[in-house]
Ligand binder design. Structure first.
Ligand code: PGA
Length: 256
C-alpha cells in the first residue's frame, strides 16, 4: 500500500506568532478528529520550523522545510543546509517547486543535487514536477514531466527512492484557482508511474507516492483523491487556514 499524504506548503506566509496560532489550531482539530490513515505534513518558512516542530510534537503531524542548499556547509551567505533543517525537528523538505524553478532558475541538475544532499542527511523529499500552460498547450506535458522525473531521480537506488515522494503540480494550476480536473491529473500521475517503471522497474512505479498540487481546496479534494494514481495533495493557499487544511485532511481520511 502506498503512503497517502496531505502536505501543506506555507510558502512565504506567517510570522512566528501567526505560525504558532495556525498550528495550535490545527493540532486542536486533529485531536478532535484524529488522522488514522494518512500522513500529514506542514511546511512552514525556515524561521518557524523549530517552533512549529515543538508545538506539533506528539500530534502525529510531521514538519518539512520548503527548500535547502545543495552543499553540506560553507560560505554561502543566506543559505540553509540539510543539517540545519534536521536540527529544527523537520523530517521533510520540498525540492523543485515551480516557484523555485521560475524565480530562482533552479534547473534539473541543481534539483538533483538538492535531492541528493537531502537524502544523504536523511531528510525525506517532496519532489515537485509540472508543466507550464504554454507547454501543455503545445502538447509537451509528458516530455517536460518525463524529463523532470528522469533527471531529478537519476541514479538513485531503490532505497533512496523510498525516501522520495513526487508532487505533480501543473504550473498553470498553482495559486490560480484553476485546478486540473481529476482526469487530467490522473492521466499525468499514471504517466509518471510508467516513466518510473521504464527508468527503474515496476516496483518503483507501483510504490511511489504521487501527490497532486495546484489549487486543491476542500471542495475539490475528494474528487482528486478518488483517482487511482493520486495519493494525496500538496496544498498551498488552502493550508494557510486550519479549517480548510483540516477539511482537506478529512477528505483524504474519507477516501483512502
Ligand atoms: P496552491 O499551491 O494550492 O495555492 O495552488 C500549491 C503549491 O504551490 O504547492
Amino acid at each position: 500500500m502506498r503512503k497517502k499524504i496531505v502536505a501543506g506548503n506555507w510558502k512565504m506566509f506567517k510570522t512566528n506568532s501567526e505560525a504558532v496560532r495556525l498550528v495550535q489550531s490545527l493540532r486542536t482539530r486533529v485531536e478532535k478528529s484524529p488522522v488514522k490513515k494518512n500522513t500529514v505534513i506542514v511546511c512552514p518558512p525556515y524561521t518557524a520550523l523549530e517552533k512549529v516542530s515543538g508545538i506539533l510534537q506528539g500530534s502525529g503531524i510531521q514538519v518539512g522545510a520548503q527548500n535547502l542548499f545543495w552543499e553540506e556547509e560553507g560560505a554561502y551567505t543566506g543559505e540553509i543546509s540539510a543539517k540545519m533543517i534536521k536540527s529544527t525537528g523537520a523530517k521533510w523538505v520540498i525540492i523543485g517547486h515551480s516557484e523555485r524553478r521560475r524565480y530562482f532558475k533552479e534547473d534539473e541538475n541543481l534539483i538533483h543535487r538538492k535531492i541528493q544532499i537531502a537524502l544523504k542527511n536523511k531528510l525525506k523529499v517532496i519532489f515537485c514536477v509540472g508543466e507550464t500552460l504554454e507547454e501543455r498547450e503545445e502538447n509537451l506535458t509528458k516530455d517536460i514531466v518525463g524529463n523532470q522525473v528522469e533527471w531529478g531521480l537519476k541514479d538513485f537506488t531503490h532505497q533512496q527512492l523510498n525516501q522520495v515522494v513526487i508532487a505533480y503540480e501543473p504550473v498553470w494550476a498553482i495559486g490560480t484557482g484553476k485546478t486540473a480536473t481529476p482526469e487530467q491529473a490522473q492521466e499525468v500521475h499514471a504517466f509518471i508511474r510508467d516513466i518510473l517503471n521504464a527508468l527503474f522497474d515496476d516496483t518503483v512505479g507501483r510504490n511511489m507516492t504521487i501527490l497532486y498540487g495546484g489549487s486543491v481546496k476542500p471542495q475539490n479534494a475528494e474528487g482528486l483523491f478518488q483517482q487511482p494514481d493520486i495519493d494525496g495533495g500538496l496544498i498551498g493557499g488552502a493550508c494557510l487556514k486550519a479549517d480548510s487544511f483540516h477539511r482537506i485532511i478529512k477528505a483524504a481520511e474519507k477516501v483512502y
